[in-house]
Structure formats: C-alpha cells, structure tokens
Ligand binder design. Structure first.
Ligand code: GTP
Length: 597
C-alpha cells in the first residue's frame, strides 16, 4: 500500500471515558465486522477484562475507510491499556503509531490518566486530535472541557471532534480527522527489513503470536528472519493482520502493522521492543527499543489448602505464558507453608492475576501484604535487591537502604484538597505543584511507593468520596531511614508478619497490626503479649488476656447440637493452627493480618 494512504493511531483516554466504545464504533463504521458478530467491546479479549472494563493486552485492528477525498485508506488502530500499572505497555503501543485520538468525557473533563497518557503521546511525537465524547449526556459541557484541554494540556481544542460513541453521533468526523490531521508513516520498502516487536502472547493453537510494526522492508511468508537482540533465527510460518479477526495476508510492508508466527513456544524468546530483520540481508542497526516492564510490587501467594500447591504452580506457569512482566518463584513461610513470591507491575496487575487464579483456575488463595523492591547497600559493597521482608539481612551488615519513589498526579475537586494534602504529608509526600483548572485542583507529589501500596488508593478514594483521580510514574530510588519491624507473639518472632517500614511510620503501623492480631488470636490459658519491635526496641504492644473458663461452660444447659457445633468448629480450627512457642495461631489470623488493604 502507498504509505500516504496509511494512518496508524491509538486512542488514549482516562478510564471509562469511552475508549472501547469508540473503538467499537470505528470498527463497525468501517464494516470490519458485521454487527451481529460483534460482541460488545471487541478489543477486550479476555472475559475478565470485559467485566472490569480494563484493556490489558495491546492489540491492533486494520480498518478500511473510504474518505471524503474519494481515496480508500488503511487505518491501523492500536489499542492501549488505560491503567498506570501498564504504562510501559502504553508507551510501546504509542511508539508504533504516528498519532492519537485523545478521548475526553465531555461531562467529566480532564482526569489524571488523561494527562499521563497525553504526556506519553507527546513523548512519542504524536500528532493529537482531541475528541469530546458523551455529548449526548445532559451534563456534557463542551466549552468548559475545551478550555480545560487548552489550559491543562496546552493543546488547541478549537477543532476538537464532538461525538457520542454510544449513539454513534459523528463517528465519520473522527475518521475524517484521522485521515486529514494525522500524518502517514514513513518507511522504505527497498531498505533491509526492520520490524519492531510491539507485543507478543501465547496462543494455544498458533504458539507465540508476535505483533509487529514494519518500519522498513517487508515481512513475507517463509522468510528467514533474525531477532536482533537474541540472535535467534526463525522462518515465518504466518503473516497477517487483525480485522479484528485474524486474516492471513502473507506480507506486511513498511508502515503496516500486523502479526507473524514462527513456531515459537516461549514468549520470553520474543523480546518486546526487539527488531526483526532478514537473515540474508541484515539491517545495520536495530530500531530504538522500549524500556522493559519491571515488576515493582511483590507479594506472596499461598494456596489456602496446602494440597493445591502443585495446581497453583501450574496455573502460575500458564498465566506467565501470556505475561512476560509477571514473575514468580517458590517461597516457604513458617506461617503459611509453601507458596510463591510473585512480582507485579503494580497493584492492579496483582489484583488481576489473583482474580484470574481464583476464577479461571479455581484456587483459593492467601495473598500477603504487597511490598516494594528495596535496594540494600551492604557494608562489603554488595547491593542486594530485596523482594521479601523476611529475607532482610542482618542489620549490622547493611550500610543503607534505598526505596522506590514515584511522581504522582492527583486531580480532585477543590473541597477535598485539605484532606488529600494531609494524606500525602502523612505518607511522606513532597509537594511539587498545585494548580487549579476549572474548579479542580491538580496536585503533583513525590511519594515513596512503599506508602502507596499500603492502602493509599483506598484512603484517597474515601477522603475524596471517589472524586479524586490518581496516576503515577516511577521516578528513582532514594535512600530512606528504613527499618525491619518484627512482630513477636509471646516473645517469639513471627517471620511472616515482619515488614519494612520507614522509621517515622513504625509506631503507627505496628500499633495497627498489634491491634488486629489481638482480635484474631484466640485466648489461651495464659496471657499473651503481642509486640512490634525494631531491633530490640518495642514500638507497640497489646496483650491478649488469659482464658478464664471452659468454652463449653457458657453452653451449659444449652442444646446439645449447639455444643457439638462448637466442638466441631474447634476441631476444624485445630487443623489450621500453627504453633509458635506455646501459642497456637490460627491460619485465619495470618490471613487477616497479612491480607492487603
Ligand atoms: P476502559 O476500557 O475501562 O478504559 O474504559 P473505556 O475508556 O474504554 O470506556 P468504555 O468504552 O468502556 O465506556 C465507559 C462507559 O461509558 C460505558 O458504560 C459506556 O457505555 C459509556 N459511554 C461510552 N461512550 C458514551 C457516550 O458517548 N455517551 C454515553 N452516554 N455513554 C458513553
């Protein structure tokens, strides 16, 4: 295809502003899918995504559009995930396109993710067309939102396209804007092949499917190609596009997007960001790649029933087939038995994996509190990356500890500003900026990620009654006064409950955990002290009083079935008790104490 007839674009938006609905309309308008074939929101493949309305895997769809100028254009729509956890995936999808549609809900206005996505699109040198969606809603305020786009983002919004993705109003206006306002791709069909790996995933029938953007040269069926980063060579056994159905085309030229397969079994062999070139005519250089997606949040996943351990291992393996940024390794804990330490891009990523394990694989899981990756600088010069507070080395061997910091953007209605400022300060935040735009405040803060994984979203939501939007990006590692807080039950340290905290937060967190445990550990015949300690110093303490009389005493005279029930319950409980010195701690107490949030 003539390059001037190709447009590659993505749609960027804050969550729920209508990205998927617009994508559906564009596909429908271009007749790529018969309406009856079209399930709602075609781009979201997995059921779980459809239910949550979150797009995880980037995908592309090729559309054919006959424009007002009489020419037929090839439009490649690149879907991008909307959530911060998948920011890297957004940036790599964007780098495969020349332009973006910026969808803003005209009844809501600019939100934190609108901004974060727009900055990424600007970084990718995109031409950006603002699209105001949901103008069918009575609350839509087009002039206000246009002004906001100009003030906050600095984009000219005077010819923003006004649409309703829901009713289909002015979808053609969007298509015309794509054709007339976005630039065509550049590329040379005669140059040596350079195709960028944008994404890859495992398909049970086809093996690994690679999503590519051809920059120069041509991909052809049967071609022998080389992956420049790994040096591996393969023969292409399928070359095609998504319409969104898979359609084999046997070739892809410069500027085009599509997929290839080459009998590859493991997605880790296809490095996202790598360049594919031709074996017999190698490209002199690789294309600029992407930053890899690195897990920053770790937690333990344990089967509630120890017998499910192998099943959990297999299930994790299956999920990892399609998610190169998800990591896991075995872990054993005195409290929870055998399980896995898993690494995620963020909290949402964690939640999604956890939910898929429970739903698709029927597993009942115990998830421990998430923790970030700390860098331990040892006195002997070693640097250790610590994923699990239980692995904390001896303090005397540590010179200093660094923790990850983020830059957070929070947008919220003015009246909640005080509460949110207090929350950020409490979480060791450093205020960088505070501006007002159309009745909303935009806050920029630097925060330690450690303080954010710990119930920050929930607090922010409750303080702002759900009106604040939040987005962040990882900034850098910084030294912090971080200490290991141990929990002692009846003077015995319980490893599974230890955590890394900032010294200033230790007392607050310690108190919280001790209070929780006090209610969770049953009474014994003796008094049980519960303590939170740093080194040898106790920072919080609670005591469980001794049990006075037989549990059955209070049933005296009561009906027998009630008594039996109580005994059965105790027996059931016994099975799940873990012994710490003289104290038996029910597993349910660990679960409740360690459970996130
Ligand atoms: P994520 O996939 O979760 O990022 O959201 P999204 O941006 O793709 O939004 P989605 O298309 O799922 O739309 C969110 C909600 O807004 C859905 O309930 C849509 O039906 C609704 N919606 C989308 N466009 C319009 C519109 O033009 N008018 C109205 N009234 N509702 C719309």
């Amino acid at each position: 295809t003539d390059l001037s007839r190709i447009r590659n674009f993505s749609i960027i938006a804050h969550i729920d502003h209508g990205k998927s609905t617009l994508a559906d309309r564009l596909i429908e308008y271009c007749g790529a899918l018969e309406a009856r074939e079209m399930k709602e929101q075609y781009l979201d493949n997995m059921d779980i995504e459809r239910e949550r309305g979150i797009t995880i895997k980037a995908q592309t769809v090729r559309l054919s559009y006959k424009a007002n100028d009489g020419e037929t254009y090839q439009l490649n729509l690149m879907d991008t995930p909307g959530h911060v956890d998948f920011a890297y995936e957004v940036s790599r999808s964007l780098s495969a396109c020349e332009g973006s549609l910026l969808v803003v809900d005209a009844s809501q206005g600019v939100e934190a993710q609108t901004l974060a996505n727009v900055y990424q699109a600007i970084d990718a040198n995109h031409e950006i067309v603002p699209v105001l969606n949901k103008i069918d809603l009575p609350a839509a305020d087009v002039p206000r939102v246009k002004q906001q786009i100009e003030d906050v983002i600095g984009l000219d919004a005077s010819d923003a396209v006004e649409i309703s993705a829901k009713t289909g109003l002015n979808i053609q206006g969007v298509l015309e804007a794509i054709v007339t306002r976005l630039p065509p791709p550049k590329g040379d069909i005669d140059a040596p092949l350079q195709a960028l790996i944008v994404d890859s995933w495992y398909d049970p029938y086809l093996g690994v499917v690679i999503l590519v953007r051809v920059v120069n040269g041509e991909l052809r069926l049967g071609q022998k190609v080389r992956f420049m980063a790994t040096g591996a060579t393969r023969e292409l056994d399928r070359v095609g596009i998504f319409t969104p159905k898979k359609v084999v085309t046997n070739r892809l030229g410069p500027g085009e997007m599509g997929f290839v397969t080459a009998a590859i079994k493991d997605i880790r062999d296809t490095k996202v960001g790598d360049t594919i070139t031709e074996e017999k005519r190698l490209a002199p250089t690789a294309l600029p790649g992407f930053k890899p997606s690195i897990p920053v949040v770790f937690c333990g996943l344990f089967p509630a029933d120890a017998a499910d351990f192998e099943h959990l291992r297999e299930s994790l393996g299956k999920l990892a087939l399609n998610d190169a940024s998800f990591q896991f390794e075995t872990e054993s804990s005195a409290a929870l038995g055998f399980g896995f330490r898993c690494g995620f891009l963020g909290l949402l990523h964690l939640e999604i994996i956890q939910e898929r394990l429970e739903r698709e694989f029927n597993l009942d899981l115990i998830t421990t509190a998430p923790s970030v990756v700390y860098k331990m600088y040892m006195t002997n010069g070693d640097v250790i990356e610590m994923h699990n507070p239980a692995d904390m080395p001896d303090v005397v061997k540590i010179d200093h500890i660094e923790e990850p910091w983020i830059k957070a953007t929070i947008m919220l209605p003015d009246e909640y500003l005080g509460g949110v400022l207090a929350l950020c300060t409490e979480r060791r935040g450093i205020q960088k900026d505070l501006t007002y735009v159309g009745g909303r405040a935009m806050l920029v803060y630097e925060l330690p990620l450690n303080e954010v994984v710990f119930d920050f979203y929930d607090r922010l939501k409750s303080i702002s009654r759900g009106y604040a939007s939040f987005d962040y990006q990882l900034e850098e590692y910084r030294e912090g006064d971080l200490v290991k807080m141990s929990i002692l039950v009846n003077a015995e340290p319980v490893d599974a409950l230890s955590m890394i905290v900032h010294r200033s937060q230790a007392e607050y967190r310690g108190r919280q955990l001790c209070e929780r445990l006090k209610d969770l550990i049953p009474r014994h015949l003796f008094k049980i002290p519960i303590q939170a300690a740093i080194g040898g110093k106790v920072v919080a303490r609670e005591t469980i009083a001794a049990l006075r009389k037989d549990v059955l005493a209070k049933c005296y005279g009561g009906d027998i079935s009630r008594k039996r029930k109580l005994l059965d319950k105790q027996k059931e409980g016994k099975k799940r008790m873990r012994q710490f010195g003289e104290v038996e701690i029910p597993q349910s107490a660990f679960i409740a104490a360690l459970r996130m949030g």
